[in-house]
Design a binder for this molecule. Structure first.
Ligand code: HEM
Length: 108
């Protein structure tokens, strides 16, 4: 028997973070690259201050313990790369799709 949430206690569920982060139900101009979405002088976005619509590091008691480290490390890494290189699509590369095709298997 399913609950009001559509699944039962103890069942495994999967959340597509890719879709969650691009859902117009959760985000204004969901597909827009908008660095101002979170102003630099505001709080660092996380699952609790974004009402669990933002889950790059999971949420709850088992959420990623390296979230802050990873976030700051990414800023440093991207800054170092764009300083040193000019990026462009490789000749003949397929256009970047906004849809992600995910295929995976889970073995129990
Ligand atoms: C962009 C980089 C990273 C992403 C996207 C990421 C994402 C995640 C996610 C989604 C989880 C599962 C959370 C959950 O089950 O709710 C997780 C768990 C974990 N992450 Fe990360 N992570 C990143 C970097 C790191 C780094 C740099 C460290 C350590 C320095 C780290 C340490 C861990 C550990 C120890 C767990 C397991 C926590 C637990 O089960 O209690 N992660 N991470």
């Amino acid at each position: 028997m399913h609950t009001e949430y559509g699944f039962c206690r103890g069942e495994d569920i999967f959340i597509s973070v890719w879709n969650l982060h691009r859902s117009p139900k959760h985000w204004e101009d969901a597909d827009k690259f908008n660095p101002e979405r979170w102003p630099l002088d505001g709080p660092n976005p996380n699952e609790t201050n974004q009402n669990f619509s933002y889950l790059p590091f999971g949420g709850g008691p088992r959420k990623c313990v390296g979230d802050m480290f990873a976030t700051f490390e990414t800023v440093v890494a991207v800054a170092m790369l764009v300083r040193r290189f000019d990026f462009q699509l490789a000749l003949g590369a397929p256009p970047v799709s906004k849809y992600l095709q995910i295929e995976f298997w889970i073995h129990f």
